[in-house]
Design a protein around this ligand. Structure first.
Ligand code: S3P
Length: 440
């Protein structure tokens, strides 16, 4: 259990751990590459370690160059030059949808059988969104779970043909899965996304010398390209920074610097929204690392007012909705979050989980199939919170705990935080009492 008491004095500077999306991709691409890649700032969270371990089971060699108490962060990865070997056992993706969907793309093209497994949450998430297009490329998937179309997935891979695929959902995981399969396919594979989604795969392809054509919302990759080993530094995770951005933005008079964080424009819509709500940001650009723009963010807390989230902003802040809902609860007036039905198939049903927990802390909220409307500005009261095993729910409500007007917040089932931010609890203790947090 994680107990959070109200803020004494918000810390002034923080560094967040490596980006989760980039860490998964670095493990996979370095593992497929020809040669030895140095990956610095890898996120040693449960999700990313599952992907790394799966790549090791497929023949990739990983040497730990530096580590923290949570696991390896600087890695030397010896790639297989696109020649993975059959794994001896199941490949366990834990809680990670990204890991499973991206690995499914790679395994679809291998001339051996493999099986992807995951925890209870992952076994209830839709995998048809990747298995349908990957089957049309020539792979065979058997969904062995209790729920149709869900994991465990048994994969019989082989030679693939290229496809042009119009994705029914705006999902970077689906896009990336098909593009990874496309590297092994005959001809050019094209994915058309209904809205812009995070583009880490396309950017990291360039680092590994893979050509990929982006034309508006369609992305194409030619098969037969071998990634070349690359050295890269994973930027700080904007989605982890989001918790501190909101803590500072909602605390009038605070000034918080978040150092060396990824500022990929397909990830940062939360800042646009918080600005509309009244927060002030200054960005110090620090160039780019591994194709990803990075910088320091200075947030000035001003007291927030409600806003409406635009439909086109949703894919760009999808992981930030739980913490955005806390900002909305702390803001004066109404905040509307709609067009976000995807939240129902994340690590848990995040619409249900956010609405349930907001009610527990005394916030007035109306639930819709595709989102919620929150009436903010009333005092928050202490309560027992249920994380539903979802890291972002646990962390969002931990931040709410800083702003209680009475009592404390007890987060049940808080171990899940380690799936994306293993150092969160320590960071929270330091930030609640005015300190500074550095990684390493
Ligand atoms: C991710 C994409 C998003 C996001 C997830 C990570 C990725 O999922 O929610 O946490 O790394 O590609 P979808 O692309 O399926 O929306």
């Amino acid at each position: 259990m994680l107990t959070v008491r109200p803020l004494e004095k918000l810390g002034t500077a923080i560094e967040v751990p490596g980006d989760k999306s980039c860490s998964h991709r670095a493990a996979i691409l370095a593992g497929l590459a020809d040669g030895v890649s140095e990956v610095k700032g890898f996120l040693p969270s449960e999700d990313c370690l599952c992907t790394l371990k799966a790549m090791m089971q497929l023949g990739v060699q990983v040497e730990e160059v530096n580590s923290t108490c949570w696991g390896p962060i600087d890695l030397r990865i010896t790639g297989t030059n696109m020649k993975l070997t059959a794994p001896t056992g199941d490949l366990d993706c834990g809680n990670s949808g990204t890991g499973m969907r991206l690995l499914a793309g790679v395994l679809a093209a291998q001339g051996f059988e493999s099986r992807l497994i995951g925890d209870d949450s992952l076994q209830s998430r839709p995998m048809g969104r990747v298995t349908v297009p990957l089957e049309s490329m020539g792979a065979k998937f058997e969904s062995e779970g209790e729920k149709p179309g869900c994991a465990p997935l048994r994969i019989s891979g082989g030679s693939l043909k290229s496809i042009r695929y119009e994705m029914p959902v705006a999902s970077a995981q689906v896009k990336s899965s098909i593009l990874l399969a496309g590297l092994f396919a005959e001809g050019e594979t094209t994915v058309v996304q209904p809205a812009v989604t995070r583009d880490h795969t396309e950017r990291m392809f360039a680092d590994f010398g893979i050509e990929c054509k982006v034309d508006g919302n369609s992305i194409s990759v030619k098969g037969g390209q071998n990634p070349q080993a690359a050295d890269l530094q994973v930027p700080g995770d904007f989605s982890s920074a989001a918790f501190w951005l909101v803590a500072a933005a909602a605390h009038p008079g605070s000034e918080l610097r978040i150092n060396t964080v990824g500022l990929n424009p397909t990830r940062t819509a939360l800042m646009t929204v918080l600005e509309r709500m009244g927060a002030q940001f200054e960005i110090e650009e620090l160039g780019s690392n591994g194709g990803e723009p990075i910088g320091n963010i200075l947030v000035k807390g001003k007291g927030l007012k409600g806003t409406e989230i635009l439909e086109e902003e949703v894919p760009n802040l999808i992981d930030e909705v739980p913490i955005l809902a806390i900002a909305a609860a702390l803001a004066e007036g109404t905040t509307t979050i709609r067009n976000a039905e995807e939240l129902r198939v994340k690590e848990t049903d995040r619409i249900m989980a956010v609405v349930d927990n907001l009610k527990r802390i005394g916030v007035s909220v109306e639930e819709f199939q595709d989102g919620m409307v929150i009436e903010g500005g009333n005092p928050l009261k202490g309560a027992e919170i249920e994380s539903y095993g979802d890291h972002r729910i646990a962390m969002a409500f931990a931040i709410a705990g800083l702003f209680l007007s009475e009592g404390e917040i007890d987060i049940q089932n808080s171990k899940c935080i380690a799936t994306s931010y293993p150092g969160f609890r320590d960071a929270l203790n330091t930030m609640r009492t005015g300190g500074e947090v550095k990684i390493l």
